[in-house]
Design a protein around this ligand. Sequence first.
Ligand SMILES: C[S@@+](CC[C@H](N)C(=O)[O-])C[C@H]1O[C@@H](n2cnc3c(N)ncnc32)[C@H](O)[C@@H]1O
Length: 287
Amino acid sequence: MGTENEIVVEAWNTVLFDKFTRFKHLLIQGLSAHSDAVLAQHPYPAGARVLDVGCGFGDSTRLIARRVGSAGEAVGVDCASNFIAAAQRDTSAEGLANASFFVADVQTEDLRGPYDFAFSRFGTMFFMNPGAALRNVRRALEPGAELTMVVWRRREDNPWLHDAELRVKEIVPVVSHEETDQVHCGPGPFSMSGPDLVSSMLKGQGYDRISFSRFDADICIGRDVAEAIEFAMALGPAGEVMRLAGAEGQRLKPKVVEALSETLSRYDRGDGVWAPSSTWFVSARNP
Ligand SMILES: C[S@@+](CC[C@H](N)C(=O)[O-])C[C@H]1O[C@@H](n2cnc3c(N)ncnc32)[C@H](O)[C@@H]1O
């Protein structure tokens, strides 16, 4: 296996890409609750050129492309070629000419700037070297241009992920990344949940006018409890515990399903399973 960074890129291009594809309908709807709100707070003007960092399937890139109009451009970048291929396919199907995509590691590669804005919806928390990535993004921005990123707040305010993590850890032995030869997602969804740490990191990489604003929304984690259980066992920290536990995780699955059913049923509203989620909208300027 390659370097730690190559392992993370491999994870996003394989197991995580497959899981994101399986639950694309839930992820895009749930994550869009946060990006729709941040784009309403930080509207991009017509004609702007915007970079979407860690764009995944590129739905946010396409949304930005429609907002900036034909005189503007939205450019999605992701380290996983499978995500970029899916983004390009969906964009061609829509016939959207001002959204484009390329594969690159945001930490080290040329980001094809300059841009008037950089945006990221949950695309910055998985870097092995977040400082290098944030510096590289800043260098791709015009002077005075703003980076806006959406990151998860603390796990206690994100029971959509954390409740399942607690229940799974009661049952399944936790195997650390160091103990396995399996790929992994990098630092994880809560690595940018602390404003002190993130603001120091941004400041250290040359940004100014750093601000944080909290946003809360209930998001749909399953059309019914059975789907919410499958979703929880596949993604996020609970999904990682299940996957890294391998055969032992599979053996304990019936117990996990029982525990998750009990926990997730309380979010069942009849029209789906809706659990609270909470993010920071972080903005910072390239001076
Ligand atoms: C949680 S997903 C978010 C995807 C998308 N922004 C969304 O909201 O649906 C994180 C994304 O960051 C990408 N990513 C992780 N490390 C990266 C790196 N070093 N360079 C570029 N992209 C990276 C992953 O491939 C993945 O698509």
